[in-house]
Design a protein around this ligand. Structure first.
Ligand code: AP5
Ligand code: MG
Length: 230
């Protein structure tokens, strides 16, 4: 696991990027290899929907429509999750997503643990192809792709044998809406984190394993810098 826990707690790295840039895919690899624990707001919200909790009932239609869930709900959800993981190095995927959320995050206790924001840079033509071909296991949530990462058996998860489905928000017109919303609300945060000296950009267009290697080299550099200054 990523080391250099300080008195504020274990480090947090935010992974940012447009829908389909590979945040979840890279988060799963980092978690699987024991580098960081992935905390994905999208995964947490979808798990509430699946379990039919009060929160799940409230947000289900919003997620399917590709709109943002309220900033208040997200602030509480993320704060609670990060505080419960104060000693665990975390990769935060999907938060913050707009100016208000960045402000809320900046004022939260967990913000002092933020050491970098990794931006996965991928152009729109790649994103649409990735999202329209994405398949997700309905049981364990593992992600596949019809062309770039097909399952060994058609329609079935390699890991648990569960049925593979498409996410409701991966319908073509919803994908368009999510991409527009990302450009309008989320992309401006890159400039904000760049000014804070926290931003690292990774080319997310290559093969997932190559992207992973590049992310790991950034993480190793961060760790080394912290050791030499700390
Ligand atoms: P969320 O689940 O976070 O969706 P997103 O940001 O739109 O991102 P995606 O999960 O679609 O893409 P990804 O970057 O994880 O790509 P992936 O690795 O899967 O949020 C969903 C919804 O929840 C929101 O719309 C909103 O309603 C709500 N929500 C969440 N957070 C919120 C917040 N903070 N505020 C308000 N509302 C919030 O990859 C995609 C596909 O590409 C896969 O098939 C994969 O196999 C393939 N792939 C990945 N990498 C590569 C590669 N390098 N080469 C080829 N194929 C690749
Ligand atoms: Mg994701």
């Amino acid at each position: 696991m990523l080391s250099h826990t300080n008195e504020q707690g274990a480090p947090i790295i935010v992974i940012m990027g447009p829908p389909g840039s590979g945040k979840g895919t890279q988060g799963d690899l980092l978690e699987h290899n024991g580098v960081l624990k992935k905390v994905s707001t999208g995964d947490i919200l979808r798990s509430h929907v699946k379990r039919g909790t009060d929160l799940g009932k409230k947000v289900s239609a919003i997620i399917d429509a590709g709109k943002f869930v309220s900033d208040e709900i997200l602030a509480e959800l993320v704060e609670c999750e990060l505080n419960s993981l104060s000693k665990t190095p975390v990769l935060l995927d999907g938060y913050p997503r707009n100016e208000k959320q960045a402000k809320n995050f900046g004022q939260s206790k967990a913000f002092s643990r933020l050491i970098k924001v990794i931006f996965l840079s991928v152009s729109k033509d790649f994103l649409v192809k990735r999202l329209l071909g994405r398949l997700v296991c309905s049981s364990c949530g593992t992600t596949f792709h019809l062309k770039s990462l097909p399952p060994k058996l058609d329609g079935l998860c390699d890991g648990c044998g569960g049925d593979l489905i498409s996410r409701n928000d991966d319908a073509k017109e919803i994908v368009e809406r999510r991409l527009v919303q990302y450009e309008k609300e989320t992309e401006p945060l890159l400039n904000y984190y760049n000014k804070l000296g926290l931003l690292e950009t990774v080319d997310g267009r290559s093969d997932p394993k190559e992207v992973y290697v590049e992310i790991m080299s950034k993480i190793n550099k961060i760790t080394k810098n912290h050791r030499s200054t700390g």
